[in-house]
Design a protein around this ligand. Structure first.
Ligand SMILES: Cc1cc2nc3c(=O)[nH]c(=O)nc-3n(C[C@H](O)[C@H](O)[C@H](O)COP(=O)(O)OP(=O)(O)OC[C@H]3O[C@@H](n4cnc5c(N)ncnc54)[C@H](O)[C@@H]3O)c2cc1C
Length: 376
């Protein structure tokens, strides 16, 4: 009998898992289906750039056999990082050496196009909940009322996972920090001053309890993130769909910062509101046969460059664990969980402390953090 495996979610975690398992298909007899709520691959804008670290995301791509393709698409120069004071003074201007390939950047959209390859991704299959413990497996319930039974359900469905409640009653909490995101296109031709400010990689400016970060993506596209400590309902008197009202509100929030820095907020034509949530550090669950979690579904943490990396490595490791022990799915999953939890806990601790230093009362902490993690 072939084991039926459902992967809920086609983000970095789910796709890496399915892709690595596909690579080992000659050694196992599983039927793997990726169930994705989005109606199509390009149904939503894919988001910004990701730096994939040696030993994490890049190791996962290696396990998927995709390192060469990744190297063609990735931007090692995108590792460059400049830190400014709120008056525009350059405090740090770090550029990678020409041979530095430690944390190259790739657009999330490029990664999303690279990973699926031959996989069976079913679009428009939103899951509402899963019920383990049935005699013939785990029952997956879909938004359209249908249901299907699998031997293993891998919840890779992100922060607001619908699979997680089968294992844990924990839900994400607000970190106290909100991001508001906007974008710039053709930055080199249309906003050459900002293009120089941002350089090849990122620029970050930190003030008291707030920061402005801009990251270059490929093709002259830039994502700008305003980050600030605020209660969840900070926008009660603001229409978030009113672009000019949001811009004015942000400009008030960053009042007094140097004009070239504030220019990052002047040109975007839409703003996306992203309050940052996290699961408790060291989130685990009593093992339940037939269901597990990967990535943000398992350990949502502040976005400090680890989430997608961990999600991909976990996907690759779960696939390898199953491929190594194809007859005993449950033992393979149990072994994987024992390996995932302590590492995710360490990163959750680091990123939580990191967010408090980056967006906190003392901006020199942000600089100190940069000096701590960035090779000089
Ligand atoms: C602004 C920002 C910048 C970031 N930058 C970085 C970075 O530089 N490096 C890094 O490593 N990480 C970064 N992260 C974190 C990273 O984005 C996440 O950790 C990563 O995307 C998690 O991957 P995932 O596959 O677990 O979940 P997701 O990427 O959230 O994918 C989940 C998938 O599941 C689907 N889905 C959801 N619900 C259902 C359902 N009910 N049924 C079916 N499908 C469903 C979704 O549509 C989606 O396709 C950043 C995050 C943010 C917000």
């Amino acid at each position: 009998m072939r084991h039926r495996i459902a992967v809920v979610g086609s983000g970095p975690a789910g796709l890496t898992f399915a892709r690595v398992l596909h690579r080992h298909r000659h050694r196992h007899r599983h039927l793997v289906t990726v169930l994705e709520r989005d109606p199509a691959r390009d149904a939503r804008p894919p988001g910004g750039t990701l730096d994939l670290h040696e030993g994490l995301g890049r190791l996962a791509l290696d396990k998927a056999g995709l390192l060469t393709e990744f190297q063609v698409l990735s931007r090692p120069e995108g590792q460059a990082m400049r830190i400014l004071d709120t008056d525009g003074t350059v405090l740090r201007d770090w550029r990678p050496r020409p041979d530095d390939r430690a944390n190259p950047e790739i657009d999330r959209g490029q990664l999303r196009d690279l990973l699926p390859g031959p996989l069976d991704v079913r679009w428009g299959r939103g899951v509402t909940h899963v019920v383990p413990g049935a005699r013939d497996g785990v029952v997956v319930h879909f938004e359209d009322g249908r249901q299907e039974t699998f031997d293993l359900v891998v919840g890779a469905d992100g922060a607001w996972s619908r699979v997680r409640p089968a294992l844990s009653s924990v839900t994400p909490h607000y970190t106290g920090v909100t991001m508001v995101e906007t974008s710039l296109d053709d930055v080199d031709t249309r906003h050459s001053g900002l293009a120089r400010l941002i350089g090849d990689g990122s620029v970050a400016v930190y003030g008291v309890n707030r920061g402005l970060v801009a990251q270059r993506n490929s093709g002259g596209h830039v994502k700008v993130y305003a980050q600030f400590r605020a209660p969840l309902d900070w926008h009660t008197n603001l229409d978030l769909a009113d672009v000019e009202a949001v811009r004015a509100s942000l400009l008030t929030l960053f009042d007094g910062w140097a004009a070239p820095v504030l220019d990052l907020l002047h040109h975007g034509t839409a703003f996306v509101h992203r309050p940052l949530y996290a699961l408790p550090v060291s989130h685990t669950w009593p093992h339940v046969p037939g269901v597990t979690l990967l990535g943000d579904a398992a350990h949502l943490m502040p976005p400090l460059g680890a989430g997608a990396n961990l999600a991909m490595l976990e996907g690759a490791e779960l696939a390898e664990s199953i491929a190594a022990d194809p007859e005993d799915l449950d033992e393979a999953v149990r072994a994987f969980e024992e390996r995932m939890w302590p590492r995710a806990g360490r990163w959750a601790k680091l990123t939580t402390a990191g967010l408090n230093r980056l967006v906190g009362p003392n901006p020199t902490e942000a600089l100190a953090l940069f000096d701590q993690v960035q090779p000089s």
